[in-house]
Design a protein around this ligand. Structure first.
Ligand SMILES: [Zn+2]
Length: 214
């Protein structure tokens, strides 16, 4: 089942459901303003955003190939998803020949500023949760707005994460957290490194492969 079907069948694994496991409900409800869905069965994703001043559905394909739909507050994500599905041929036509937008190409500076603190508290909670198992020593956790990477671990034991991690399904976010955490011990991608990640994320190699295509 694709994301779209998941969303329609009510088992959307996009936030907030998976988030509600570990963050307060108040943060989750703030986050309900946005969803990212797959367009048809393609690699394309569309960002759906509820806007107070929107009077109708407005679908746009930007210069960088990213697809966004703004919807009025009173509408539902289900309706928005149906709308995107109806318009998928138009979206494919508009994006044809452009570089397929990856998750990393999505988001404006404003989106970053709006979600940075939320991302920080989310990442901090997940790092603490997994580090209960690993018990590694780390210094700072930084949230960044980068177009090229999801995270990194520096020599001085700082962990950096892309704020877009909050837009990922929970299992991918967790995989990224553990990936960077394990670089505190293994500064490479050796078999030892993957074994270490696998202690808490058994399907880490599969998630790593899939994430590269997102
Ligand atoms: Zn790595």
């Amino acid at each position: 089942m694709g994301l779209f079907e998941d969303l329609l069948s009510g088992n959307s694994f996009y936030y907030p459901e998976c988030l509600s496991k570990f963050v307060g409900k108040d943060i989750v409800s703030q986050y309900k303003k946005m969803k990212i869905i797959q367009v048809g069965k393609s690699d394309l994703v569309c960002k759906i955003q509820k806007r107070r001043n929107a009077k109708k559905f407005t679908l746009s394909v930007r210069g960088d190939g990213s697809v966004a739909l703004s919807v009025p507050y009173w509408s539902t994500y289900r309706k928005a998803c149906l709308f995107v599905n109806e318009k998928k041929d138009w979206i494919f036509e508009k994006t044809a020949g452009r570089k397929v937008n990856s998750m990393l190409s999505l988001g404006t500076k404003a989106d970053y500023l709006e979600n940075r603190e939320f991302a920080r508290s989310f990442v901090k909670k997940r790092v603490e949760c997994f580090n209960a198992h690993y018990q590694f020593r780390y210094n700072l956790i930084a949230i960044r707005n980068q177009r090229t990477r999801w995270g990194s671990c520096s020599e001085n034991r700082n962990l950096n994460f892309n704020y877009r991690i909050i837009h990922l399904p929970g299992e991918y976010a967790d995989y990224l957290i553990v990936h960077e955490l394990c670089h505190l011990k293994e500064l490479n991608h050796s078999a030892c490194f993957w074994d270490l990640v696998g202690e808490t994320i058994p399907d880490c190699r599969m998630l790593s492969k899939k994430l590269r295509k997102m």
